[in-house]
Ligand binder design. Structure first.
Ligand code: PDD
Length: 279
């Protein structure tokens, strides 16, 4: 079913998929989403993504009835096993007859899913530049909310400076990227901030920590102060669509020797091998 999207129980061409302007997703950004990679037609860590979706839905008090099997049945027909793709899934609090901040009495969630090709991110192999910026987002960053204005303004501010990602700083600590989790190699140890309401619990982040543990790569989950970040020999950002991307310059200063580092090279190789083993 090439080029079909899913909307509220139907598969239909993208151009025919329409929602009301009174949908609370449109009016309030009242909804949550997931981005789930699928390599050669196999959904990557689907259970983890659905668990995170359920946490996001519970966090915004929006119950849905879909089970893991129901979600699979929605995603599978959109996949092509000759491609690497990702599913974008969005669930909003649906249509309400009038605009009112309070939840409507009757809620029928709007459920939308589409599938796009994953184009390899060129910066993964070369490394990219990043900029640290003050994290001015809200306090519920652990929920994958569609309300991404904070994130997009921060990402765009980085792009405007020829950087591929913004590294967000809250209370003197780098917490995550505008659309990624952050890692640094400090004194030979791979460090990433612990899960909290200041970061999205990334699925790629979990996989990286599992791979590090299984391969005796020393790591810890700990806060990273700005000064520590400056002393890092490697900095990476990680997400489902870009995978593990080395940062070779941060705030105009080279990270390490200004090239992707040896810990990244090892972990990236292990990550690629793990991906292929599931496909
Ligand atoms: N974003 N932190 C933020 C703020 C993110 O938006 C993302 C991913 C991540 C990494 O999560 P994961 O490894 O599960 O992709 C961390 C997706 C890709 C997006 O918004 O398109």
């Amino acid at each position: 079913m090439a080029d079909l999207v899913y909307l509220n129980g139907e598969f239909l061409p993208l151009a025919e998929a329409k929602v009301s302007v009174l949908d609370r997703g449109f009016l309030f950004g009242d909804g949550v989403y997931e981005v789930i990679p699928a390599y050669a037609g196999k959904l990557f860590r689907l259970e983890d993504h659905i668990q995170r979706l359920n946490n996001s839905l519970a966090g915004i008090r929006l119950p849905v009835s879909q089970t893991l099997a129901d979600w699979k049945a929605i995603f599978q027909p959109m996949l092509d096993n000759s491609k690497d793709q990702y599913i974008y899934l969005q669930v909003t609090r649906g249509y309400a007859a009038k605009r009112d901040h309070g939840f409507p009495e009757q809620i029928v969630p709007t459920i939308f899913a589409m599938c796009s090709e994953i184009k390899p991110f060129a910066g993964r192999l070369t490394g990219v530049k990043a900029l640290t910026l003050d994290d001015n987002r809200w306090q519920l960053c652990n929920l994958k909310a569609i309300t991404l204005l904070g994130n997009i303004l921060l990402r765009q501010a980085a792009l405007d400076e020829n950087c591929a990602e913004a590294l967000l700083v809250r209370d003197g600590h780098v917490v995550e990227g505008a659309a990624s989790n952050v890692f640094a190699v400090i004194d030979g140890v791979l460090v990433t901030p612990p899960k909290s309401h200041h970061i999205l619990p990334g699925i790629t982040r979990d996989v990286i920590l599992e791979i590090a543990a299984a391969n005796e790569i020393p790591f810890r989950e700990a806060n990273i102060g700005l000064e520590e970040l400056r002393s890092a020999t490697e900095i990476w950002v990680a997400s489902s669509t870009r995978e593990i991307v080395p940062i070779i310059e941060c705030d105009g200063v080279a990270v390490g020797n200004g090239k992707p580092g040896p810990v990244w090279e090892r972990l990236d190789h292990l990550f690629q091998t793990y991906k292929l083993s599931l496909a």
